[in-house]
Design a protein around this ligand. Structure first.
Ligand code: ATP
Ligand code: MG
Length: 412
């Protein structure tokens, strides 16, 4: 028993190793992206869990504190959500000597259940006396010999070890070794990352967040390309319930795990709706709503120095999202409108929403600010001339100004 506890303690992972692909290709800007990635990793793990985070030999290493080591599961969950990482690993470190590396590999593998294994070494430090294939051979041979001859007690419940073999093609477990600068790292599991670019590496944008399934996914995809997202939610409170606001907050909370604390603008839309309801034809309403949303979003974007507007639109999903209507809707502003979901089917969007964790909140019931008083047959092929003529009846400037003024900001 004492011996088993001893091994568990020895095997505590003391580093996180983060590998990236795309950032590696950034040429002169590489340092900038790496710096952003380091900042994002620090933010995501929290300062109590690491001693240092630094860039070495085309990867980023994190030395965990005692607290960090104790929260392996949480560290894993957090690091999975950092954009810019292709894959990461919780690793043990040891002195850069073949004897120590052999011992560490044995420690890692001895309480695992497997029949075949391999050692896969990456050596960035060319001065290390052995090449990667030589390290693989030496460590592999040592582990094999020890596992076959060690007392059964150490591999309690793991079955016979006499049949353990090396399999380079399709092993049950791989022990990865990285030799970098003055470190040797070992790990058994690669954690798949999100890919993409680190948050803020691409600047800021605003994202229109309804209570639906699509816009959280569109916001996520914006973040994935390194955009820090500021969320805008339009609500009809007090004419509608607060449910959509509560949903928006919940969704932003989930998305904040990927980008850190987020700004959420809650923008009153009831006055604008009333005006549209009173003065315009039913079939143009949704288009008018969307144009108002974009105008307000543009004002807020200016204030926030944000460089674009993201929405969850997808061609043909609803009447307001035909190519004709999309053109008319975005004609009203100058800032670019980005629609990451433009060609995605609803099924694909749902799948992604489940993956990122927003789906369950998105399907909770709420009263959308724009879904009331809509006609059965909204216009699918609107014309700018007609819309502009209709808008003459509305006091657009004043309504936009008031909506911006009366919006509230939450940090979520
Ligand atoms: P979602 O598209 O998010 O599932 P939805 O289907 O209810 O919500 P649509 O009618 O498809 O909304 O609206 C198209 C896009 O307009 C949304 O993806 C979102 O970006 C934006 N939008 C719609 N309603 C709102 C709102 N109340 N607040 C903020 N943005 C909104
Ligand atoms: Mg939609």
């Amino acid at each position: 028993m004492a011996q088993e506890i001893f091994f568990v303690i020895l095997n505590k992972m003391d580093f996180v190793i983060c590998h990236y692909h795309e950032i590696g290709l950034k040429g002169k800007n590489r340092r900038f992206f790496e710096k952003k990635l380091v900042e994002n990793i620090k933010r995501s793990l929290g300062s109590a869990s690491f001693e240092f985070v630094k860039r070495i030999s085309g990867r980023i290493i994190v030395k965990l504190t005692k607290k960090g080591k104790e929260n392996e599961k949480e560290i894993k969950e957090n690091i999975k959500k950092v954009f810019g990482i292709a894959y990461s690993a919780l690793a043990v470190s040891c002195p850069q000597k073949i004897k120590n590396i052999q011992e560490k590999a044995l420690e890692l593998l001895r309480d695992k259940k497997f029949k075949t294994f391999k050692i896969a070494t990456k050596r960035s430090k060319k001065e290390f006396s052995l090449t990667s294939p030589q390290i693989n051979e030496r460590v592999g041979a040592y582990v094999l010999k020890k596992l076959k001859t060690q007392k059964p007690r150490l591999r309690q419940g793991l079955g016979s070890q006499a049949k353990i073999k090396v399999d380079l093609e399709n092993p049950d477990v791989t022990c990865f070794i990285e030799i970098v600068e003055n470190y040797a790292f070992l790990y058994l599991e690669k954690i798949r990352g999100q890919g993409g670019l680190p948050i803020s590496a691409s600047g800021k944008a605003v994202s229109l967040l309804s209570g639906g399934i699509d816009s959280p996914v569109a916001s996520f995809l914006a973040m994935k390309r390194g955009v820090k997202v500021i969320f805008l939610h339009f609500h009809a409170y007090p004419f509608a319930s607060k449910a959509s606001i509560e949903k928006a907050i919940k969704i932003v909370r989930i998305l904040s795990d990927y980008q850190g604390k987020s700004k959420l603008y809650l923008i009153p839309f009831a006055d604008i709706q009333k005006e549209i309801l009173m003065k315009t034809q039913a079939k143009l309403r949704v288009i008018l709503y969307r144009r108002f949303m974009l105008k307000i979003a543009e004002e807020i974007a200016k204030r926030e120095k944000a460089l674009g507007i993201f929405t969850g639109e997808s061609i043909g999903q609803v009447a307001s999202q035909t190519l004709e209507n999309i053109k008319v809707i975005e004609e009203t502003i100058e800032l670019p409108v980005f629609r990451p979901l433009i060609s995605q089917d609803k099924e694909e969007i749902i799948q992604k929403a489940k993956e990122i964790g927003t789906f369950d909140v998105s399907i909770l019931p709420h009263q959308d600010c724009c879904s009331r008083f809509l006609p059965k047959h909204p216009e699918t092929k609107s014309r700018v001339e007609d819309i502009l003529k209709t808008e003459k009846k509305l006091n657009i400037e004043k309504l936009v100004k008031e909506a911006v003024k009366n919006s509230s900001v939450q940090i979520v």
